[in-house]
Design a protein around this ligand. Structure first.
Ligand code: ZN
Length: 282
């Protein structure tokens, strides 16, 4: 099953990718609010699996918002691919990866224009994003997928000057400028993937491929992350986990490479779709 946020309304996507309005198709049983569905995830899935849906309506991807537009928490994971830890100059984590937050005001849909912070070094990080479906607290890794509503694509856009300016790297602020957390284009339930633990992700800047990886190379897989994070705090319906980025970021290149005004970043995840960010000077 695929769902999306079309002009602020929850839609199901049919086999052709066209949109079916959930509030209308369910006769009002489920509201149009894309945020509200996660609190009733099991009930919604049961309805959607059995529903006899009307034909969908084609739409423009620029009209999509974030699949989970108002999460209580956005957790993000650092150094979760060995080759990216290497290029960043850090040891790969063994018991727990670095965990930080992207503040919710940076969250957007998949097709956006993003202002580059003045004097900054703005970088790309394509990431698989897991969206929580049912509350997870102290969940065993073996049960963790049951708490995931689905997967979407994310960009952990990162301004490295802000990240590195203090005595120790700080991730929250430099990764939370407006528009720095695009997600989408849709949420795809885990059963839709050939292998939910081995998904290709990549990004290209102005047509030049910068990153290409597979989630089988995650040091902490999606279920491992749900288990580790939920050992500390409850993960709530609609929460996002940015699972980390593969190698190929601008920070790790020689010479280093930053995004310039006018450049277009396209991030693609197999089985989900693409994000498209156009950068402008601020
Ligand atoms: Zn990241």
């Amino acid at each position: 099953m695929r769902i999306a946020n079309l002009n602020g309304r929850l839609v199901l996507l049919d086999a052709s990718g066209a949109a079916v309005d959930v509030e209308e198709a369910s006769g009002g049983r489920f509201t149009a609010d894309p945020t509200a569905v996660y609190a009733r995830w099991a009930e919604f899935r049961a309805w959607a699996d059995a529903a006899d849906l009307p034909p969908g309506t084609p739409f423009d991807a620029a009209d999509l918002g974030a699949p989970s537009p108002a999460p209580a928490q956005i957790l993000a994971i650092g150094l979760n691919y060995r080759a990216h830890a290497d290029e960043s100059g850090f040891a790969a984590p063994d018991t727990l990866p670095p965990v930080f937050t992207k503040f919710a005001s940076s969250l957007t849909g998949p097709v956006t224009e993003v202002a580059l912070p003045e004097g900054g070094h703005t970088d790309w990080e394509v990431e698989l994003v897991a969206v929580i479906g049912t509350e997870a607290y102290r969940v065993a890794e073996a049960d963790a997928w049951d708490h995931v509503a689905g997967l979407t694509a994310g960009q952990d856009i990162s301004e490295r000057v802000t990240q590195m300016v203090g005595p120790a790297p700080q991730f929250g602020l430099g990764k939370s400028f407006p528009g720095f957390a695009p997600t989408g284009p849709c949420l795809v339930t885990p059963d839709e993937f050939r292998d939910r633990d081995d998904i290709e992700l990549s990004c290209a800047l102005d047509g030049e491929e910068m990153q290409k990886g597979r989630t089988r190379d995650l040091i902490f897989s999606v279920p491992a992350l749900v288990a580790r994070l939920s050992a500390v705090l409850p993960l709530r319906p609609g929460d996002l986990i940015f699972t980390g980025t593969p190698a190929g970021v601008g920070l790790g290149r020689s010479p280093q490479r930053w995004i310039a005004p006018g450049e277009v970043l396209v991030s693609t995840i197999e089985g989900i779709g693409e994000l498209r960010q156009t950068f402008v000077a601020s």
